[in-house]
Design a protein around this ligand. Structure first.
Ligand code: NAP
Length: 460
């Protein structure tokens, strides 16, 4: 894939970048390894100082950085600004709390004394997607850098200016050269570098195909990997839910980032007692959104991230319709330049149709009516994905009970799946393994070392 900015609002090429040569990648890895030797020795306080500076710079350049996001992948500008604020919060959060998460943990063995220390493991490679170009990088880089690791980041090829801007923030914040390095390498070529013994761990957020390829390469070299992959979150509405509230959240859950979130609400599963009411109100809210330039604050429906993404989504809808799904709203590309797709609702979806098992990465909602709570849980779990999900009910205990039966990494009650700096993020099944964020995330790439002290007289 060429490394270039293509504005999805008009599909015009804006800027093209050269892929790095093997020699340049080799030098970058060497620099990172050298920097690790000093970075691992400095105090948490010194690491935090750099990270706080990165966060402050990010906030001070919020508009400029948000415009880069919108230019490169089409996110509505207000949401791009929100992403910058969230990313800065994440960086600050690990700078402030990293030392506490990684403090020695005293154990209580039968004999003698023992404790666990957390030490960094070295140079990490992060492979990141375009859908949240700053947030995805922040949640990989900040905890790992705070832990004493150094990072190489291979960002998605369609957000190169965001990739450069993040590296520049670290440089401007006074980070040592090699602490954070942007690698301009295409996705097809990145796995080849994983065998390099100087790289100690890999983390990928992206598709299952890319995840499987990277994990296979990591496995061949016996390296730890963390995978954050796709999702097809169920959005369950029970008969005792506040339907107006559920509809409001349903629209946000499906439409945020023009539907291109791994944890977007993708499958709306509504019990029959309230299905018609929900669908009528949901359709009304999704009808007539103002289509236009994502840089314009008044636009409500912008383009998808690329022409390819729009072509693929329209094809999934069309193939589902050929197989018998019914279009309640939208269903086609919007007749104008750019990567636009109509807001769409599909019903009558059956196993075997693309909309049933595949991830729909855009403004297309799959709508299912079920008899009751039990059927809702069964359908929610009939998915190869296991990322997030949500359940709407006015009974908190009922919500918790349903949540306990959903086979995913995250379930939200009365809210679409979302993220915040202090909560773990990640999935199960083909949505990946490992976690980012929270104490779980910061511990993925550290050596949890046991230190044991015995008296000579302790038994064997
Ligand atoms: P993608 O094609 O897998 O790209 C993601 C990253 O992987 C890019 O940097 C890409 O580089 C790289 N890549 C592509 N092929 C690769 C390979 N064979 N080996 C190693 N790296 C490779 O994913 P996408 O379509 O851009 O992103 C959307 C997907 O990400 C969706 O499925 C979404 O659900 C998932 N996602 C998951 C999470 C989560 O936390 N679970 C969060 C956000 C997105 P190039 O750009 O150079 O191809």
């Amino acid at each position: 894939m060429a490394i270039q900015t293509i504005n999805p609002f008009n599909n015009q090429v804006v800027k093209t970048f050269q892929e790095m040569s093997e020699e340049a990648v080799d030098s970058a890895i060497a620099r990172a390894e050298k920097t690790f030797e000093s970075w691992k020795r400095i105090s948490y306080q010194e690491r935090a100082t750099i990270l706080h500076k990165v966060a402050a710079l990010m906030r001070s350049k919020s508009t400029q950085l948000a415009e880069l996001i919108t230019l490169e992948m089409g996110k509505l500008i207000a949401q791009s600004k929100g992403e910058i604020a969230l990313s800065a919060d994440i960086i600050d959060y690990y700078a402030t709390n990293g030392a506490t998460f990684l403090a020695n943990k005293q154990l209580d063995p039968q004999y003698g004394e023992a404790y666990i220390t957390s030490s960094p493991i070295g140079v990490l490679l992060g492979v990141e997607p375009w859908n949240f170009p700053f947030y995805q990088v922040a949640r990989f880089a900040a905890p790992n850098i705070m832990a004493g690791n150094v990072v190489l980041v291979k960002h998605a090829s369609n957000v190169p200016q965001c990739a450069v801007a993040i590296e520049e923030l670290f440089t401007e914040a006074g980070a040592p050269e090699g602490l954070y390095t942007n690698l301009f390498v295409s996705g097809n070529n990145v796995s080849a570098y994983i065998a390099d013994p100087r790289i100690k761990g890999v983390s990928l957020t992206g598709s299952e195909k890319a995840g499987a390829s990277l994990a296979a390469a990591a496995g061949r070299s016996l390296k730890k990997s963390v995978l954050e992959l796709g999702g097809s979150d169920a959005f369950i509405v029970l008969e005792d839910a506040d339907i107006d509230q559920a509809v409001e959240w349903g629209v946000i859950g499906r439409m945020n980032n023009t539907g291109q979130c791994c944890v977007a609400a993708k499958r709306f599963i509504v019990v029959e007692a309230v299905a018609e009411e929900f669908l009528t109100k949901f359709k009304a809210k999704l009808t007539g959104l103002k289509v236009g330039d994502p840089m314009d604050e008044s636009t409500e429906l912008g383009p998808l991230s690329s022409e390819n993404a729009a072509v693929q989504l329209a094809d999934q809808v069309q193939r589902s319709v050929y197989a018998g799904a019914r279009v309640v709203l939208g269903g086609k590309r919007i007749d104008r330049p750019g990567a636009f797709m109509e807001t769409t609702i599909l019903t009558d979806i059956k196993p075997g149709m693309p909309a049933y098992y595949e991830e729909l990465f855009g403004p297309v909602a799959s709508f299912y009516t079920v008899k009751d709570e039990q059927e809702a849980v069964k359908l929610a779990n009939d998915s190869p994905f296991g990322l997030g999900g949500s359940v709407f009910t006015s009974d908190k205990n009922r919500g918790k009970n349903v949540a306990s039966q959903i086979d995913t990494g995250m379930v939200f009650i009365n809210h679409p799946t979302w993220t915040q700096p202090d909560l773990p993020f990640g999935g199960t099944k083909i949505s990946g393994y490992g976690r980012e964020l929270s104490s779980l995330g910061i511990e993925e790439f550290v050596n949890k070392k046991l230190i044991r002290f015995s008296e000579y007289t302790d038994p064997f």
